[in-house]
Design a protein around this ligand. Structure first.
Ligand SMILES: [Zn+2]
Ligand SMILES: [Zn+2]
Length: 320
């Protein structure tokens, strides 16, 4: 099959758009969609200047998503004096898996000449995920602990590094899965939080000193295209999945979505755009309420709706 835009061979066919693209035109199309998303989400404020640059903290896991995002951000803003990019890697303490992906992060940060910070569960909390998997006093899936700990460290360090935005590499499949999980669980408040945190009204970014708005510039790009981009550009991405991954419900949703996408191309895009509209209405509905209840955790000072935050309660259950 020939590329729609030139005479070279197509390396991919997108069912949802009907496009056949060669390597060069496919990569350009990914970059164009990421830059368009950055513009639409107003990530670069109009008054950003070299004297007072915006600081972007990027969660860099070493997986294909965050590696591709780092590469495209560096290509786009690497020489823009209005933007400072800092990569933040979290080491969960998973033997083999995380060591290899930390190597990928170091290699990429070196290639791109990116400031890179590494923090670990072990140093911060005195736990390693491998030990949590063995203990598991609450009988929860390890991903549940890991997700809480990772989010806590990303947010804490984004605030510590004075970030204007915390960027993560979530792709279209991740976001469509999360959207459906929230819908199927009937969790409207979670939808509101998801919206507030990820798309949030950026003009309010200065109001709360501890809250760092989230951005997900890859969320228009399907997972397969992110993987293909990483492969074609020969990026040092660490592909293997986490050995503890066991989010059963997400797995079921993922299968369902892939099947739907095959029969009805464009399903993921329409789920996400509809979901973001609903989530925005939910956010309006909850905004006054949830911020009023927010207070500081007695142990660590994080924002929480209870006396002790979820991370501190989980750490306590692990008796560390
Ligand atoms: Zn072409
Ligand atoms: Zn706490």
């Amino acid at each position: 099959m020939e590329c729609d835009k030139c005479e070279r061979d197509a390396v991919m066919h997108a069912g949802y758009s009907g496009a056949h693209l060669c390597e060069k035109h496919f990569c350009a199309s990914v970059e164009k969609r990421v830059r368009r998303r950055i513009r639409r989400d107003d990530l670069v404020p109009r008054d950003a200047s070299p004297e007072d640059p915006e600081r972007w903290v990027l969660g860099l896991s070493g997986g294909k998503d965050s590696v591709v995002l780092a590469q495209i951000l560096d290509d786009t803003f690497g020489r823009d004096p209005r933007i400072e990019i800092l990569a933040l890697t979290i080491h969960e303490g998973i033997e083999g898996y995380r060591d290899a992906s930390v190597d990928a992060c170091v290699e990429l940060a070196d290639d791109l000449d990116l400031r890179h910070e590494l923090v670990s569960y072990e140093e911060e909390f005195g736990v390693r995920m491998d030990d949590v998997v063995e203990d598991d006093p609450e009988g929860m899936a390890p991903c549940a602990y890991c997700g809480v700990f990772r989010r806590d460290l990303l947010e804490t360090y984004a605030a510590e590094f004075d970030a204007d935005i915390l960027l993560t590499g979530h792709n279209l499949d991740d976001e469509a899965q999360t959207a459906l999980m929230n819908v199927f669980e009937g969790d409207v408040e979670q939808m509101a939080k998801h919206f507030d945190a990820s798309l949030g009204p950026f003009d309010e970014r200065t109001e709360s000193p501890h809250f760092v708005p989230r951005a997900k510039p890859l969320r228009d790009i399907p997972e397969k295209e992110v993987a293909l981009y990483a492969h074609l550009k020969d990026l040092p991405a660490h592909i293997t999945e986490c050995p503890h991954a066991s989010e059963a419900f997400r797995g079921e949703i993922q299968e369902l979505l892939l099947k739907l996408e095959e029969d009805h191309p464009g399903t993921r895009h329409s789920i996400l755009s509809g979901y973001e509209e609903i989530a925005s209405m939910a956010a309006d509905r909850y905004r006054g309420e949830s911020t009023a209840e927010m207070r500081e955790c007695e142990r660590c000072g994080s924002k929480t709706t209870r006396d002790v935050c979820r991370k501190c309660r989980l750490l306590e259950s692990l008796a560390v």
